[in-house]
Design a binder for this molecule. Sequence first.
Ligand code: SF4
Ligand code: FES
Length: 268
Amino acid sequence: MADFRLPKNSRLRPGKLHKASEDAKDVRRFHIYRYNPDDKENPQIDTFEVDQTQCGPMVLDALIYIKNHIDPTLTFRRSCREGICGSCSMNIDGTNTLACTKSTGDVKGDVKIFPLPHMPVIKDLVPDLSVAYAQYTSIKPWIQEEVEHTGDRERLQSPEDRKKLDGLWECILCFSCSTSCPSYWWNGDRYLGPATLLQAHRFIQDSRDQKTDERLQELEDPFKLYRCHTIMNCTKTCPKGLNPAASIGDIKQKIAEQKIKGISLKKG
Ligand code: SF4
Ligand code: FES
């Protein structure tokens, strides 16, 4: 019989309640996923009562407050604190987003914080992104040329060609989109996912790159690209307001156009 429950070692056990001090003025409850591989126990949800008069307005501010003042073992990634490094992506109030740009005031009721979904967890809110980064590396995220650029000037680009990169270069590789995608949940080892495909599109669109046909050939694969079923969770969740679904659609269209032009994209 099919078992629809989580595997035994993933089932949550009761966590700890860290109460605010008696003189706290504006208490907010944060329910946070905790997992420590060293204690060999199942994950748990700890509850932290935070006096909001003592910390900044963003969810990341609350996490830093908890780490500094309540539980120094709480583990999460962050760096820029300005929505540009992509480190602090996590699931807040049921949506993948950036903790540093998500205001606690935008969450109704208690704040529930989990790691990015369907990824192996290293500790607490830190997912293992090694597969996602290997997939990113696989699309060769750099400008490739047939003939090596040797001049003493930069590679020039017209304003029109530069404009084709808008909506793509802004991606901060937070993987909020990929980890919100059911196709990526089920086939994350073979489907490249929206984040990596948006990055692939960024180099396909770049007028300075001379390997467009090869890039399209590489992507023409039932799993790497065509596992996208246009569910659109990626676009809905992107904290930078980008549209990975449109990028994937454009890659599919370009492959179809190449075929119509008679360029075989099948590998020899
Ligand atoms: S497309 Fe958006 S959600 Fe996806 S990795 Fe880039 S910034 Fe993050
Ligand atoms: S800390 Fe850099 S994006 Fe949030």
